[in-house]
Design a protein around this ligand. Structure first.
Ligand code: ACM
Ligand code: ZN
Length: 561
């Protein structure tokens, strides 16, 4: 009894003399993005970098390891794993009473930290918040975090970023760096645009020419489309299936689902260059506008190889033939290899920008239309997409398509990605189809972020300042409450026609993605541009410390009208 009393007194003494207990924190110590649902500040700081012990329940071991690595990356002492929650400084646990699937609770006092989540995903987001608090306060001599109580969950289930690796190839390391960005913004989907006219980027063992030929182009136009010349430089690349598995696993460890996009029936030039029989007209040469074709491809076409991987940008008439059974056989074979690589519930099948000119003059496409009783080529596109949907549904997958899949009739179970503004998304949700909003007017990160483009690197065009991204509201007020339920969330798209390097990709993404993260995560009532701008500098510094190239000159651009 006497000994217990002594220990009790010592504990009281330690607590009273703890140098972190009485510290008053400043508002900026809590500058989090995206802003949490509920945050209550308190006195005191927890010295997270001073060799603390951590307990994680068995389901949360990966999250604990990821977090420990984060603390040592910030210069903190390694966390010590313990087997019992009662004597750990930091405790990670599941808590079934949390209502939201991705929700979490975070409680930091001067002498312990508790992170709870309904699921491991929730705990991961709690740890992201904790790391953000630590990074922000990294400058203090000891790595400490301010005392706080947070209850948080996302507003939207789908919080995505699209990366186009087809117009320009980005290596595995960059894709992982991009995934890290998605994770630290508490977003949860990487939409991976893998095939295009200008390149096929994923190994398909049954069709080796897709990557022997289709992954490489002999040149690329210089300057804005249609270009002033061709650089005559071979470029490209692809991911082996092993590399794809590595990326998918890396994303899964960060609670991100990778949604692959295999474009059909348009934007299919690289597949056609590899296997010309997929075209309505295998003998017709690939058309490069304004003759901006490379010397090598010109030679190839002169010597009897008509199809080349496209070297210019834009939209092309040479698309998959909808009349040939071989086209569907090819695509089903491709999907048979894609499906086991991606645990995602969704596969994106493209569906945008498919000109109908070739189908109009192709006897096989016309025969198909007659046999199937299709009124026009839009209905032929709908036949194409619906047939692929049926195949993918039979394999347990759902499809996403760009909003053009509405034309000619929507495939029965398709989710629509609305990119030409919000009209397609509005129409699809009225037809009771799920929708992901990616309107070019708000979230096309290939657009300029400066009004004056003179000193900016070449971009596709447009003007999309940071404030405009921040102002985006995915639930259109043209929809009823019932219709709004079909809006799963939003996504920004990074098309890379003019974005050839990781540095430039980061410049176009950041900090606009930081603004989007708050759009898709935080409650609508919390959105406040002036308040966001007070928190943004801390986020920018953190991104820069991690080695990202952030565009910092254009934060105060005039708003887009
Ligand atoms: C798109 O921007 N063509 C989807
Ligand atoms: Zn055809």
């Amino acid at each position: 009894m006497k000994r217990t009393f002594t220990i009790f007194c010592l504990a009281i003494l330690c607590a009273c003399t703890n140098k972190y207990k009485e510290i008053e924190n400043k508002t900026e110590d809590y500058a989090l993005v995206p802003k949490p649902v509920e945050l209550t500040t308190a006195k005191g700081r927890f010295p997270i970098g001073s060799g603390m012990s951590i307990f994680a329940s068995p389901e949360l071991q990966k999250e604990a390891e990821w977090f420990s690595q984060g603390i040592t990356n910030l210069g903190g002492k390694p966390l010590q794993k313990t087997e019992s929650a009662s004597d750990a400084d930091i405790v990670l646990q599941l808590d079934a009473s949390i209502a939201h699937n991705e929700g979490y609770g975070l409680n930091v006092s001067y002498d312990n930290v508790r992170v709870t989540g309904k699921t491991a995903t929730g705990v991961f987001y709690g740890l992201q918040t904790l790391l953000q608090l630590a990074e922000e306060n990294e400058a203090s001599t000891d790595l400490t975090v301010p005392a706080v109580t947070i209850k948080d969950h996302p507003r939207f289930a789908y919080r995505g970023m699209m990366l186009d690796v087809a117009r320009h190839y980005f290596d595995v390391d960059f894709v992982k760096k991009y995934i890290d960005l998605i994770a630290l913004h508490k977003m949860n989907r990487l939409h991976w645009h893998l095939t295009e006219d200008q390149g096929w980027r994923i190994e398909i063992k049954k069709y080796p020419k897709l990557t022997e030929f289709g992954a490489w182009r002999n040149g690329t136009i210089v300057d804005h489309f249609p270009g002033t010349s061709n650089d005559n430089t071979r470029s490209g690349g692809f991911y082996t299936q092993e590399q794809v598995k590595e990326i998918v696993a890396y994303a899964a460890d960060r609670h991100i689902v990778v949604v692959p996009e295999i474009e059909l029936p348009g934007h299919s030039g690289a597949a056609i260059a590899s296997y010309p029989y997929l075209s309505c007209f295998p003998e017709e040469p690939t058309f490069v506008p304004n003759e901006m074709i490379s010397d090598k491809s010109k030679e190839l076409q002169a010597s009897g190889t008509p199809k080349i991987v496209q070297e210019s940008w834009g939209v092309y008439d040479d698309v998959y033939c909808a009349g040939k059974e071989e086209t569907f056989k090819f695509l089903q074979d491709v999907f048979d290899e894609i499906i086991p690589l991606f645990p995602s519930e969704y596969i994106h099948i493209g569906g945008d920008e498919c000109p109908k000119k070739n189908w109009e003059r192709c006897p096989l496409c016309q025969k198909r239309m007659k046999e199937e009783g299709l009124a026009d080529e839009h209905e032929l596109q709908s036949y194409f997409v619906t047939r692929m949907e049926r195949y993918l549904n039979s394999k347990g997958k759902q499809i996403i398509g760009w909003d053009e899949i509405l034309e000619g009739g929507l495939a029965p179970n398709a989710t629509v990605m609305s990119w030409r503004g919000e009209a397609g998304g509005i129409e699809a949700s009225r037809q009771k189809h799920d929708v992901i909003m990616t309107p070019n007017s708000y979230v096309y990160f290939d657009y300029y972020q400066a009004k004056d483009t003179e000193n900016e690197p070449l971009a596709i065009g447009g003007f999309l300042p940071l404030s405009h991204v921040y102002s985006y509201e995915p639930l259109s007020n043209e929809l009823t409450k019932e219709e709004q339920k079909y809006i799963l969330g939003a996504q920004a798209n990074l098309w890379t026609e003019y974005i050839a390097t990781p540095d430039y990709a980061e410049y176009m993404t950041l900090p606009r993605m930081t603004a989007l993260s708050e759009v898709v995560w935080s409650p609508k009532e919390h959105k406040n541009w002036d308040d966001f701008k007070t928190r943004l500098p801390f986020m920018i510094e953190m991104l820069q410390d991690k080695g990202y190239n952030v565009s910092t000159e254009h934060i105060n651009e005039p708003p887009k009208k």
